[in-house]
Structures are given as structure tokens and as C-alpha cells.
Design a protein around this ligand. Structure first.
Ligand code: AMP
Ligand code: MG
Length: 341
């Protein structure tokens, strides 16, 4: 169901993509399952063979990273790090080291609101089967959350989780990071422009063949029906965009919405926002900050964005929309005022 929804969302975004031709260039688009979601890859190319081969290689890269960085697989490097928590540093690949470095950058700049050591509490929550974990269990597992206890050694390329029981879960950054890497593969295979869209984590590069911008829609986090309603369209030229929302994986019990973006301080869902969209150069950064700013809430979140010069759109818990100044010229709002519900 989630995958179907993702596909619908991407199709909707796709509506904004032009498919006309110029200088023999065409837009080629393909959607496949990877990273436990639907990933759409769009490229501009003068040759269908070149486009197809580059797209195949990009999907191969996404699948490779999904395997390497999977929190739930026994055989991933992430599992190897987690198994050795409190015991010894683990030597890791360049990619594992790099994504953890980027995650730590996001932690340091969001007062720890983005924190990949939320792993133990993530495993307590079961949104599919609507399980609310026991409050004592959440409290117990929350004690070992803390990105400051991740020790990295660049020279030896090792990662060490200092406390026993610590677990890193890269779920809040992996789709963006993988989208960046897939773009590198497309570029090294001669593609000059395109998009890699891993559900809500999207990286664009180059220009559309008609010189227009890449347009990405932001969903209404409180839409009533199953058809996606777009509340804003952001025009991009080579940047990345990510949206984190409390409507992606959630259930409701007694009027309370329980969703998958957790406050590392409490181990419970964060309640300041409905959705956060971030625009920046890299999708690893937009992915991590969309999750982290969601946890921080609108006030502190806008403060962080303004301080770092990162752009974003925050829809707070009441449906009030906040937009950074840098985005005001490249966003089209589909709503009458700055509030909707
Ligand atoms: P996203 O959909 O990118 O916002 O990421 C949400 C996913 O990241 C969750 O399903 C968890 O796996 C993980 N996660 C949840 N809360 C946090 C957090 N505060 N910091 C880092 N990762 C988180
Ligand atoms: Mg994220």
C-alpha cells in the first residue's frame, strides 16, 4: 500500500515533467522498487541506449547501497557496527563512513533532533500492526540514544558505538544519500541532466531539455482522499529536495496520531509539525534535515535553517506554513493564505 502511494506521488510529480524534444534530446523515465520504496529515475539524453544503460547502473547502485546500509539485515555493515556496540570499532566502506559523517553533521546542527542512534526505539514501534510500545520500555531504550557516543576514525575508516545495546538506523538519511550516489553514477555514464526520486527524497541535476526548471510538488499532509493534493510546487535547478511527514507511516488510536519520526529525547513521535520540506545541494543533507527539523519543530527549525542558509518549508501542527526567504522566488503556493488544514 505504501509503495502504491509512493508510486502515485511520483506519478503526480511526473505530471510536471515535460517530455518534449529539442536537439534530439528526450526525457526518459523509469520507476522500480529499491530501498523498500518506489524510486523513479528521469534522465535527459540523445540516445535511448545510453539512457537505459545509465539508468540500469543507477538502480544497481541503489540496490548495492540498500544492502550495505540496511538496519534490518544481518549481513549489512550497519548490522556489523551494531553487533559490536560497546565492544570494538568496526572497519567500514567509504560509503558507510561517509553517510555516518553526514548524519553526525545533521545531529550537531539540530541539537541532536536528528540522531541515527534512535535504532533501539525504532525497533519497539510497529506502525503496520498499530503497536504502541510499553512506556517503560521506551524509557529504558531511550537511555542509550546519543549520537555523541558514535566514535568515528577517518584514518582507519572505523565506527565504534561506545555503549552496549546502541544501534544505528540510517532510515532518516539513506534514501537521500543513495539518490546522490545514483546521480553520480548517471553523471559518470554521460548523463548531464535528470532526477532520482526515492519517494520523498529527490535529487535533481542539470537542466531540463527545454531549459525549464525541475518542478516538485509538496503534498497536503492532511488530504482527505487517497489522491494526492499538492499544496505547493518548488522549482529546482540542480538541487535536492526532501519531505518528511507524519502521514507517511502512522496509525491513530484514541484520536492520537502515532508516526515514524521519533524525538530522540523521548523515544515517542514528535508533534511540532505535519511536514517539513528541505531544499539544498545534496539529498543526504535534505533527507537528514527534513527528519531533524521535523523533530525540532517550526520555531527552532526555522532558526536552524536561517543560520545554516538552508531552505525549507515547514507545515506546523496547526497547518501554518513557514517558508525561508531564499525559497520565496521559486515556490508556487496552491493555497490561498499561509494556513490550511
Ligand atoms: P524520514 O522518512 O526521512 O523522515 O525518516 C524517518 C525514519 O528515520 C524512521 O522510519 C526511522 O527509521 C528513522 N528516524 C526516526 N526518527 C529519527 C530521528 N529523530 N533521527 C534520525 N532518524 C530517525
Ligand atoms: Mg529523512
Amino acid at each position: 500500500m505504501k509503495i502504491l502511494k509512493d508510486l502515485l506521488f511520483l506519478l503526480l510529480c511526473g505530471m510536471f515533467l515535460c517530455a518534449c524534444t529539442k536537439n534530439h534530446e528526450k526525457t526518459y523515465k523509469e520507476s522500480r522498487e529499491s530501498l523498500h520504496t518506489v524510486v523513479a529515475i528521469t534522465v535527459v539524453s540523445d540516445s535511448s541506449d545510453k539512457a537505459k544503460s545509465a539508468i540500469d547502473k543507477a538502480y544497481h547502485e541503489l540496490d548495492r547501497l540498500a544492502k550495505l546500509l540496511n538496519f534490518y539485515s544481518e549481513h549489512s555493515e550497519v548490522s556489523e557496527i551494531n553487533k559490536n556496540a560497546g565492544n570494538k570499532p568496526v572497519k567500514v566502506s567509504v560509503e558507510t563512513f561517509e553517510i555516518i559523517e553526514k548524519a553526525l553533521y545533521a545531529s550537531e546542527n539540530t541539537e541532536g533532533a536528528f540522531d541515527i542512534t534512535v535504532g533501539p526505539v525504532v525497533k519497539l514501534w510497529d506502525f503496520k500492526n498499530k503497536v504502541i510500545p510499553d512506556a517503560d520500555q521506551i524509557k529504558e531504550k531511550s537511555k542509550i540514544i546519543g549520537y555523541k557516543n558514535i566514535l568515528i576514525d577517518k584514518k582507519d575508516s572505523t565506527v565504534f558505538l561506545e555503549k552496549k545495546g546502541m544501534q544505528i538506523d540510517l532510515g532518516g538519511i539513506i534514501k537521500g544519500y543513495a539518490a546522490d550516489k545514483a546521480v553520480e553514477v548517471l553523471k559518470s555514464n554521460g548523463i548531464k541532466a535528470g532526477i532520482v526520486a526515492a519517494a520523498g527524497d529527490i535529487r535533481t541535476f542539470g537542466k531540463r531539455h527545454d531549459e525549464g526548471s525541475w518542478n516538485v510538488g509538496i503534498k497536503n499532509p492532511r488530504q482527505k482522499g487517497s489522491v494526492d493534493e499538492i499544496v505547493a510546487v518548488v522549482k529546482l535547478s540542480g538541487q535536492a529536495i526532501s519531505t518528511s511527514g507524519d502521514y507517511e507511516r502512522f496509525f491513530e488510536k484514541n484520536g492520537i496520531r502515532y508516526h515514524h519520526i521519533l524525538d530522540p529525547k523521548t523515544g515517542n513521535p514528535a508533534y511540532g509539525c505535519q511536514s517539513v520540506t528541505i531544499v539544498a545541494k545534496e539529498a543526504a543533507i535534505t533527507d537528514a534535515f527534513a527528519t531533524g527539523i521535523f523533530v525540532l519543530g517550526p520555531k527552532k527549525g526555522m532558526g536552524v535553517l536561517n543560520k545554516l542558509g538552508i531552505d525549507g518549508i515547514i507545515i506546523d501542527k496547526e497547518g501554518k506554513v513557514y517558508i525561508t526567504d531564499g525559497l520565496k522566488g521559486s515556490i508556487e503556493l496552491m493555497i490561498k493564505d499561509s494556513t490550511f488544514a
